[in-house]
Design a protein around this ligand. Structure first.
Ligand code: 26W
Length: 813
């Protein structure tokens, strides 16, 4: 917490304006105002943001290939507690703080759930006072921007660093690190000892860019360190003596520059499909090696005992993308520190913990041996040795060769990264109860049976400061008026809201706040798309990445069904609805792109049909991301969480919606299970196959979608609409979607669940008519959402994983 008076701030702002731009305030641009403000804030926190005290406690390092931060200004002001004085000060200088807040870039250095979770965790680690830092990549281009052209997704590069630098970053050239690719590895004898020599490698410089992560009203400022890849500078302090020699030709120099800079050029836009590209492997090793070397350097600087690294340092790997932390740490302990294999292994396995975020087979990383051998020769040797020892352990314990093959780290010429992570860490966690159970009982069963003590659940959470306090200030104000301030640092206190569940004044006020948020979103939709949506209609929202398993298609089929019903019975009593979508498709995911086109075409059809005017609207909001989520989620009445049961590991938007008072329409998948445990089926809408039913179907080759299609005529009509010209401006995309349902037997049970979904939607519609019942349910949702603060999640990671203070002793070292 810092304090600054309005008067002091104004002086500071003015002198900063002169020192940075030599300009009077009233002549400066919005962008310059923003830069000056960020610079002032950075100065204010600078003292607290010094190197953390490694010798006093254990430090946590969270490695993630994505951090989806969202805008920082508002959140920094909130956490520092200076928003009011600064707002007032700026106002007197003729500057509107909200304009500055809105004009900040939204860094899109992540795809979706995994990257956003990492950002929420950073916020929580700082806010609960944990010394926890992030390591990632400073991509020059973040996730593409999405535009619709004739209803189709078009990707536009996200050139977010237009000014060259990011507002909140500080570059630290004195802390740059050399990362080595390719080359030859030898064993050489030196004074009777064998030494590993790596020659002819390609050196790449990792330049650290630090972003401060400010805790909520405490003294913590942690660091997110993002690495940019560069050509090593001539005066670079580290030895390049064994580096590949370049002849010095101009062309060669250009190629080398390209080789180095390419690594941190662009974020891969896939969030479910593993593509196995060499450049991706370079990215993974690049940031892992830079981070591990950075930790090691700091550790040595503090003259700490290397034999106790695992007592001072916790390294967490966010999915398998940073899995090379394992061999990289081994490399340092073996080749630089000269520890024995057994000791290096014991330290490594007690330092590294791993989170799995998906059970989708196609998302599992497997790197070809040949690729890794050439790109990372020393790292590959270490992986091979880990595998050798692991196999001999497995062989001594089991005779089932199939089981051993499944568990092997290297198999069929590929390195299975999840297997490497599990074998080499002391903790493996899933991200919601059902997900963890599925890991233990199905996907990772062999490993769970072998080392059950490694497995644990950590149900995801969200930064309630961003997703409630900052995104929904009116609701936040109401909560504080009713139950006081304490919920802001202890979200379990939200439970006290239940005392007001029969207070009609409170329920009216809740209704009014939701309405106001809906007006804000309606205005945005009007401005952007010239579509007039009625804030009195039910705002029914599905925002998340586009994927077949998330079943945007199920939502659409229900919309079509409803549409036909209204056309057939024009006098039908229906609660007006606005269906809102937001979703990016991976650029190479053809079916997902077809689904976007179909939704857009249906939206056109419905929005322009006078027969359903005032009853039905469909809006697909372009370029969904963190900033739009902050506008959309507080305005939602209905939260669509309708994935095929077993497929969504957790989901986190489900939690954000709940905290903002939306009612969840859900399958019992991911963290919807926990939501259900908290509030019961009477406070949400459930439908669809159970996990057990889905697993059974999958084991027996699925159900027959074509049989269902022929027996359910309502469903048949809607499915046929995809190909019979009923939806205008739809060509091959309709056929593609149709085929996924009928020709390819509906892998994600869309048609199988459609009827039950329709039933649940009908019940929801009935409930909306009873205003107080609806708002009571909304209040109960908010009151029970406290457990989903990522502060809770992070404390559990600390208690059960990072600071649990016991070592494991692997039998196969
Ligand atoms: C190799 C390509 C790739 C890239 C990213 C595969 C898989 C991923 C991520 C693991 C996908 C992801 O973001 N998973 C989501 O993680 C969230 C945070 O735990 C969960 O809430 C979501 O359910 C899960 O889909």
């Amino acid at each position: 917490m810092i304090t600054i008076s309005k008067r002091k701030f104004k002086q500071y702002f003015e002198s900063k304006m002169y020192s940075l731009y030599a300009q009077p305030i009233n002549e400066a641009s919005n962008e310059q105002h923003l830069n000056v403000l960020a610079s002032v804030l950075k100065d204010l926190i600078a003292k607290k943001w010094v190197d953390t005290k490694i010798d006093t406690e254990k430090e946590v390092y969270y490695f993630s290939i994505e951090f989806l931060l969202g805008r920082q200004l508002k959140s920094n002001l909130l956490n520092l507690g200076v928003e009011n004085s600064i707002r007032e000060g700026l106002k007197e200088l003729g500057i509107n703080l909200d304009d500055l807040i809105q004009s900040e870039v939204d860094p899109a250095l992540g795809n979706g759930g995994l990257g956003r979770l990492a950002a929420c965790f950073l916020d929580s680690m700082a806010s609960v006072g944990m010394s926890g830092h992030g390591y990632g990549i400073r991509y020059k281009y973040g996730l593409f921007k999405q535009k619709f052209v004739n209803g189709c997704q078009v990707e536009v590069p996200d050139n977010w660093l237009t000014q060259g630098n990011y507002l909140w970053e500080v570059v630290r050239p004195n802390k740059a690190i050399l990362v080595k690719f390719e080359g030859d590895v030898y064993l050489e004898e030196h004074d009777g000892n064998l030494k590993v020599i790596h020659k002819n490698y390609i050196p790449v410089m990792a330049m650290p860019y630090d972003i401060p992560i400010i805790g909520y009203r405490n003294n913590s400022v942690n660091t997110l360190r993002l690495w940019k890849s560069e050509i090593p500078r001539r005066d670079f302090g580290q030895t390049t003596a064994n580096a590949k020699n370049y002849s010095g030709s101009y062309e060669e120099a250009l190629n080398y520059k390209y080789y180095t800079e390419e690594i941190s050029q662009v974020l891969y836009p896939n969030d479910s499909n593993y593509a196995g590209r060499l450049l991706r492997l370079k990215q993974e090793y690049f940031f892992v090696s830079a981070g591990i070397q950075d930790i090691y350097r700091k550790y040595k600087k503090h003259k700490l005992n290397i034999h106790e690294l695992h007592k001072k340092v916790a390294i967490h790997i966010n999915d398998t993308h940073p899995a090379l932390c394992v061999p990289e740490l081994m490399r340092i302990l073996l080749d630089i520190e000269g520890l024995s294999w057994d000791e290096a292994w014991n330290i490594t396995i007690n330092t590294i913990s791993y989170t799995n975020h998906t059970i989708m087979a196609e998302a599992m990383e497997k790197w070809p041996v040949e690729m890794m051998k050439k790109l990372l020769p020393r790292i590959y040797m270490i992986v091979e040795e880990i595998n050798k020892r692991y196999l001999s352990y497995l062989n001594s314990k089991y005779s089932d060769q199939n089981k051993i093959r499944r568990m092997s780290i290297i198999n069929n010429g590929n390195i299975n990264m999840a297997n490497l992570c599990i074998a080499s860490s002391y903790s493996v966690n899933g991200v919601a109860k059902l997900h963890t159970t599925l890991l233990e009982k199905e996907v990772l069963k062999d490993f769970y049976d072998d080392t059950p003590y490694k497995f644990n659940n950590k149900t995801n959470g969200i930064a309630h400061r961003r997703w409630l306090m900052s995104a929904n200030p009116e609701l936040s104000g109401l909560i504080t008026n009713l139950i006081g301030e304490e919920w802001k640092t202890d979200t379990f206190k939200l439970k006290e809201l239940e005392n007001y569940k029969n207070d009609n004044h409170v329920l009216d006020r809740l209704d009014e706040i939701k309405y106001n948020n809906k007006v804000l979103l309606s205005n945005y939709i009007m401005d952007k798309y010239d579509i007039d949506v009625d804030p009195n209609s039910i705002f029914d929202v599905q925002v998340k990445r586009l994927h077949a398993y998330k079943r945007q298609l199920l939502n659409l089929i229900n919309i079509m069904t409803l549409y036909h019903k209204i056309l057939d019975n024009p006098d039908m009593d229906i609660e007006p609805r606005t269906f809102i979508f937001g979703a990016k498709a991976a650029p190479g995911y053809y079916l997902a792109k077809c689904i976007i086109k179909v939704i857009n075409s249906v939206a056109d059809l419905i929005n322009n049909d006078p027969r359903v005017r005032g009853k039905l609207k469909v809006v697909f909001i372009e370029n969904y991301g963190v900033s739009l989520a902050e506008l959309i989620i507080p305005a939602a009445n209905v939260s669509e969480q309708i994935s095929t049961t077993t497929k969504e590991a957790s989901g986190t938007s489900n939690m954000k919606f709940m905290m903002n008072g939306a009612i969840t329409m859900a399958t019992l998948d991911g963290a919807n299970v926990e939501i259900h445990e908290l509030i019961g089926k009477e406070n949400m809408f459930l439908f669809g196959l159970t996990a057990e039913e889905v697993l059974n179907y999958n084991k027996n080759g699925g159900y027959s979608s074509i049989d269902l299609y022929h027996t359910d005529l309502g469903l048949k009509q809607v499915v046929d609409d995809l190909i019979n010209g009923f939806i205008p401006n739809l060509g091959k995309e309709g056929r593609e979607v149709y085929d996924s349902l009928i020709t390819y037997n509906d892998e994600y049970f869309v048609l199988r669940d459609a009827k039950d979904y329709e039933r649940a939607q009908r019940e929801l519609s009935e409930l909306y008519k009873k205003k107080y019942d609806w708002n009571r349910m909304s209040l109960i949702n908010i009151a029970n959402s406290g457990v989903f603060s990522s502060d809770r999640t992070i404390k559990e990671y600390g208690r059960d994983i990072w600071f649990r203070g016991c070592e494991i002793n692997e039998e196969f070292n």
